[in-house]
Design a protein around this ligand. Sequence first.
Ligand code: NAD
Length: 350
Amino acid sequence: MVARASRMTPPMEYVRLFDEAAGLDGVIAIHSTARGPAAGGCRFWTYPDESAAMSDAVRLAEGMSYKNAMAELPFGGGKAVLRRPAGAFDRAALFEAFGEAVERLEGRYVTAEDVGTSVADMEAVARHTSHVAGRTALPGRAGGDPSPWTALGVFEAIRAAVAFQSGSALSSMTVSVLGIGNVGAHLCDMLAEAGAELVVADIDPARCARMAERHGARVVAVHEIAATPADIFAPCALGGVLDAATIGALSARLVCGAANNQLASEDMAGLLLERGVTYVPDYVANAGGIINVAAEYLDESADDVHQRVVKIGPRVAAVLDEAAREKLAPSVVADRTAERLMQEPVSEPA
Ligand code: NAD
C-alpha cells in the first residue's frame, strides 16, 4: 500500500513586508495562481525570527493551494504571516499598512482572517484594498463567521465517510470531538441532532460542560479521548494531533475533523492505514470556511455557499472510493486530485 507521495511544489513567490513606523514585519507567500488569485488568510503571531515566520508562510500557502483546488474554487493558494510586535503597537495602523501591501499586488493575493486576526483587522485592511474578505456579512450574503460553514462541511464529510465505511446510521454511533471551540461546538450540535452519542474533551472545562448540559455529552480528559470507545474521532482543536501515540491508542476506525494539519508527520498516514483507520484528509473536510470567504470575495449569496459546502460529502466519498480501489492512503489520493486541479484554470466556482 502506498501511504504517502511527495507533494508537487511549484516555485513559491515571496513578498517581504516591512514598515517600521507601522510595526509591520512579515511576508506574503504566493504558492499558486493557476486557478485564480492566491487566497489564504493572514496569520498574526509571535515568531522567534524571520525564518520561522517565512517557513510557516510557505507551509500554509502550499496548504491553501491544495484546499482551494480540492474545493474547486477559482483561487490559487497564498498566505500572509505577520510577526506580532514585542511591545505596544497601533493595531489599526499595522493592518492598514498590511492593506497597502496587499493592494500593491493588484489582486494576485486575497487575504482574510486566520489565527490571531479578526473582522476588525480585516476592516482596517479594507480601508486600503478591495482584495480582502472576512468582513462583516450583509443579510443573505456570504461572509461573516466561517465556523458554522466549516462545521457543516465536516458533518457532511463524516456522513459520507460513514456511508462509505459501513452504511450504518449516525444515530447508532458515538463520536468523540476534541476541541469544543467555534467549529467543534457547531459540529456537536449537528451530530446530536442526527442522533449520535457524543464524547467531548477540551482544555477549557466550561466548553465541555455546555455540551454535557445541551446534548448529554460524556466529558473526558484531553489525554483520554483517543482511547475512549467511539466509532468516529473528530479533531477540532490544534494540528499535529495524529501522532504515533494517539494513533496507537485510537479506539475509532474513522477520523474526520476540522483541525488543520492533523497528521503530525507525513508517515502517520501509513500508520493509520496499517491500523485500519480511515482518515479523511483535513483539507478536504474543513473547506467550508474558505468556501464562505471565497463567496464573499465574489459577492455571492449564503445559498451559493450552502450549495458548495454540501458538495464536500460526495467529494469525500470519491476520495475514499479511489483510495480503496487503488489501495492508497486517502491523503495520497486527495493530494493527487488537488495537484491535477491546480493545473486547470477555471472561470466559475464549481
Ligand atoms: P477555536 O479557537 O474556536 O477552538 C479551538 C478549541 O480547541 C478551543 O475550545 C480550545 O480551548 C481547544 N483547545 C486548544 N488547545 C487544545 C488542546 N491542546 N487540547 C484540547 N483542546 C484544545 O478554533 P476553531 O475556529 O473552532 O477551529 C478549530 C480548528 O479547526 C483549528 O485547527 C482551525 O485551524 C481549524 N479550522 C477552522 C476553520 C474555521 O472556520 N474556524 C476553518 C478551517 C479549519
